[in-house]
Design a protein around this ligand. Structure first.
Ligand SMILES: [Zn+2]
Length: 88
């Protein structure tokens, strides 16, 4: 992301009730967000390690396979937020 793009996207979210995966999905353009959702599907063939590496290498997002796998299992805070209707 260029600095100009970052400026357009607005200040970083201060929400702390969501995990990195949800934050990234919110910030990606629709095509990349769809790609990430497809990667996150349990049967996509992508491991948590693969996805974490892609986020780091392609997007510069510091994340780990543990974060990805927690999100996939639904153990993350953003899953809880989604079930309570706090976030889309
Ligand atoms: Zn999550």
């Amino acid at each position: 992301m260029s600095l100009a793009d970052r400026l357009k996207a607005g200040p970083p979210s201060r929400r702390t009730s969501v995990c990195t995966v949800s934050t990234v999905l919110d910030q990606l353009d629709p095509g990349d967000a769809d790609a990430l959702r497809t990667m996150l599907h349990p049967e996509s063939g992508w491991t948590g390690t693969d996805i974490a590496r892609a986020l780091r290498d392609d997007l510069g997002v510091p994340t780990t396979s543990q974060t990805i796998n927690r999100h996939r299992r639904g153990d993350c805070l953003c899953n809880h937020a989604a079930t309570t209707g706090a976030d889309a």
